[in-house]
Ligand binder design. Structure first.
Ligand SMILES: [Zn+2]
Length: 411
């Protein structure tokens, strides 16, 4: 199906709570997610569409929703804080002095990627690849252990002058709000029932991509214009979760690149860079190929026996993409899993929990077959079709040969 991509900017007009899970089992504090799931935006969009088209009967609306929003048609990506981006899970930094190298050179010891290092370690153990390589005054090497670096990042303002350099992105502002429970019989407060929510503050900006079927462009633009207000998240009846649409523009890419301009590189460039570094570092021989696939959103992978999978093998990839791919092997992966739960607003029932693969999970592959042209063509197709289950919910966006995987020196 031919699709148009829209980059949508949303601003919170009232506090936003995006999850109803307490921070731990018996806690009464609820934390909001740091991003807005695509499925929440989709629900709000359908609601708005129905309001604007009051005369359609419920049966026609249900059919339209099924045809356009499930399986085929629209795809709502997750909305992340504007101008920020997440690094792959393989990004690591010094345990003692974590953070990007700044002008204040001694303060932070830099962030680098560990995918290729970790793979090489499975061949030949090299303890230095688990340590911080930063040279302190007097030429000493820091040698502290490394920890994953999972903070959102953004590009330095003058990155064009200095190449692609990163810094930490500003974190979303949070508010703590609280409420008590009211006893239905006495109509007074129920003893021992007080709840707190860590909510996202007002005037926070979020950005995401919505894929729209080309023949539905006019309807989409009519609903999603800069006067529109979406309602998402919990406690909507108490005024929470109002989002104003502040910008809506057609774009060419399915991943916002503002927070990390290196994602703007063409697949040819990324492929070439990947091959040359992998050959230089002896990850592959001269006549072999290597590539990585990085999850840019959470993904759900299942095999033919409905088992959840975390390994992205040839069978699985061919199954999901319907492509015939030359022989390749999964050599190394760095994957985190998460529980994905949900709620069906229409039926007022909980969705079955699923096991997903976390955004940032990374896979390294090797192949002895094919040619540069063949691989670039195939991987371009894979990048253009989200893989796995529930892709219409925004799951399974992948990126091939992520440039940060080549960042083996601290930046
Ligand atoms: Zn260090």
């Amino acid at each position: 199906m031919d699709k148009t991509y829209y980059l949508i900017t949303l601003e919170t007009a009232s506090p936003l709570v995006l999850s109803n899970r307490p921070s731990s089992g018996d806690s009464s504090v609820f934390h909001s997610l740091e991003y807005i799931p695509g499925a929440s935006i989709r629900g709000a969009f359908i609601q708005l569409m129905k309001q604007l088209d009051k005369y359609q009967d419920e049966v026609a609306v249900t059919k339209e929703v099924k045809d356009l929003f499930v399986e085929e048609g629209y795809r709502f990506g997750n909305f992340h804080p504007a101008n920020s981006s997440l690094l792959p899970l393989t990004a690591v930094s010094c345990k003692q002095f974590p953070g990007f190298v700044s002008e204040d050179f001694e303060k932070n010891h830099g962030v680098r990627d560990s995918l290729l290092d970790n793979y090489l370690n499975t061949k030949e153990y090299n303890s230095a690849s688990f340590e911080c390589n930063h040279e302190t005054e007097g030429g000493k090497v820091c040698q502290s252990p490394l920890l994953p670096y999972d903070r959102p990042i953004t590009a330095l303002e003058d990155y064009q002058l200095e190449g692609f350099l990163y810094q930490d992105a500003r974190l979303v502002n949070k508010l703590q709000t609280g409420h008590i429970a009211i006893d239905p019989i006495t109509q007074t407060n129920k003893k021992g029932h007080i709840f707190f929510e860590n909510t996202i503050d007002i005037e926070e900006i979020f950005e995401g991509i919505i894929e729209v079927p080309r023949e539905h462009k006019a309807v989409f633009e009519n609903v999603m214009n800069i006067n529109a207000t979406l309602r998402v998240g919990s406690k909507r009846t108490s005024g929470f979760g109002m989002l104003n649409v502040t910008n809506c523009q057609e774009v060419n890419e399915r991943i916002p690149t503002e927070g990390n301009p290196s994602l703007n590189k063409s697949l040819e460039e990324r492929w070439k860079d990947f091959q040359s570094l992998c050959r230089e570092k002896n990850v592959i021989k001269q006549d072999e190929f290597a590539f990585s696939i990085t999850c840019m959103s959470d993904a759900i992978l299942k095999d033919n026996w409905f088992r959840y999978r975390t390994d992205l093998t040839k069978d699985l990839l061919e199954n999901y993409t319907n492509l015939t791919i030359p022989d390749f092997t999964l050599e190394y992966s760095q994957v985190s899993t998460k529980q994905i739960s949900g709620w069906n607003q229409m039926w007022k029932t909980a969705l079955d929990d699923e096991v997903g693969i976390k955004v940032g999970s990374s896979y390294l592959f090797k192949s002895k077959e094919g040619s540069d042209e063949e691989w670039i063509d195939l991987l371009g197709k894979i990048e253009n079709m989200p893989i796995g289950e529930r892709t219409y919910d925004g799951f399974g966006t992948v990126f091939v040969c992520h440039p940060f995987h080549l960042q083996m020196e601290e930046v």
